[in-house]
Design a protein around this ligand. Sequence first.
Ligand code: NDP
Length: 330
Amino acid sequence: SSEVHLVARPEGEPEPSDFALVETTVPDPGPDEVLVRNDWISVDPYMRGRMNDAESYVPPFELDEAMTGGAVGTVVESNLDGVPAGTTVRHFLGWREHALLGKGRFEVVDASIAPPQAYLGVLGLTGLTAYAGLKRIAPVGEGEVVFVSGAAGAVGSTAAVLAKCLGASRVIGSAGGPEKTGRIVEEFEYDAAVDYKKGDVEGQLRAAAPDGIDVYFDNVGGDHLRAALAVLRTDGRIAMCGAISQYNATEPVPGPDNLFLAVGKRLTLRGFIAGDHGDLAPEYTRLAAKLLREGRLRSEETVVEGIGNAVDAFLGLLRGANTGKMLVRL
Ligand code: NDP
């Protein structure tokens, strides 16, 4: 059985040599434990932060230990009543082929709603992230105009549909390159797209939203946040979800030079961590299941095969190799 260790803390962009694939023996489950063969593991941008030795809302990964993260797998041996072999579960011991889990360390997933891996994406934390941001953090009002950065990614690919369900009349997304900007309009219900790789995010955003925007869902930070501050209308809201343009920065990154616009425009900027909004999960899951049935929400995935390619999947994610959720199938 293999697992992926962090062996060096990356400086700037992570390198393959910062990681090692390590062989271990398959463990035996103890009393009240299950042994799970992971079928899918999740790679996510926040994991870059856990590779630094810095205080944050999640502790850093330990060096020379298997990393952790979201995973979905099948119980292969069980010493737990009510959880027979064959049960599909979601848990947090990703980055490895086999996981030993005690009671309370996993949830059984309902594979009748969507394929099991959807519980790492559209029916998991990434879907809830988009919903919490648009419903609670920067609530979308009826007829409002919404801008989402990172629009072709896991969170972004669900955000436009959810914004429309919450009342948005127009949703603009930004992504890198013509293929992704094409897909967000054709497949993910965005009304217009900004290709940030062409530059002048503010000019492109103004052209797509001539009367301004009311809500900005920020996955990227940097020039996108600056552009949104410039184009937001009075009483606008920003859900500060992520800032992937600066996760590999080696020096502190200055904030937008137009932040003072927040005063005159009476803006609300609010950061959030999706895990704190688990109380929204039941209503979100009901809505997402309905939208999946209707074919409006899609379980969009980019799949990389094998634990030996998990590091490549993670490095690719940071460079935009994915559309929708980046997953590793084991
Ligand atoms: P994505 O699936 O969106 O993957 C990351 C994407 O970021 C890439 O596909 C790439 O798309 C884009 N990207 C990379 N570098 C840049 C750059 N310099 N400028 C603009 N875009 C860039 O990941 P997620 O959907 O999982 O996460 C999206 C954001 O949400 C991240 O910032 C993440 O940290 C945050 N997040 C926050 C949570 C919270 O609780 N606050 C929970 C989950 C996610 P492209 O090809 O378009 O460049």
